[in-house]
Write a protein that binds this ligand. Structure first.
Ligand SMILES: [Zn+2]
Length: 103
C-alpha cells in the first residue's frame, strides 16, 4: 500500500512538472501574427534566410542582425529594422540596386 502511494506521488510530480513545462513552452512559442508584425524587432532571422547582405535602405551589413524581412520579386530581403523595411518602399528598385543583391 505504501509502495503504491509512492508511485502515485511520483507520477503526480512528473505529470505536474511536464504539464508545467508544456504550458510554458506553449506560451513562448505561440505569438500571434499581429504581435509579430507590431514587435518585429524581437523576431530573429538568420543571414542565410535572406538574399541580401546589406540592408537596402540604410546600407548596414545584416551581420549586425536582421530585424525584419520582406518578400519582393522572388527575393527574401532582410532589414535591420521595420523602419528600414518601410523606407524600402519609397524607392524599391533604386534600393535593390544599391544593396547589390547577390542571388
Ligand atoms: Zn537598416
Amino acid at each position: 500500500m505504501k509502495f503504491k502511494i509512492n508511485i502515485c506521488s511520483i507520477i503526480f510530480t512528473i505529470t505536474a512538472l511536464l504539464s508545467c513545462n508544456h504550458s510554458t513552452k506553449t506560451e513562448t512559442q505561440y505569438v500571434s501574427p499581429a504581435i509579430k508584425a507590431k514587435d518585429s524587432t524581437h523576431v530573429k532571422f538568420k543571414l542565410t534566410d535572406v538574399d541580401n547582405k546589406l540592408d537596402p535602405s540604410c546600407m548596414m551589413p545584416l551581420t549586425a542582425g536582421i530585424g525584419d524581412t520582406l518578400h519582393y520579386k522572388g527575393l527574401v530581403l532582410g532589414f535591420c529594422s521595420a523602419e528600414c523595411k518601410k523606407d524600402f518602399f519609397k524607392d524599391p528598385e533604386g534600393n535593390l540596386k544599391l544593396a547589390q543583391l547577390k542571388k
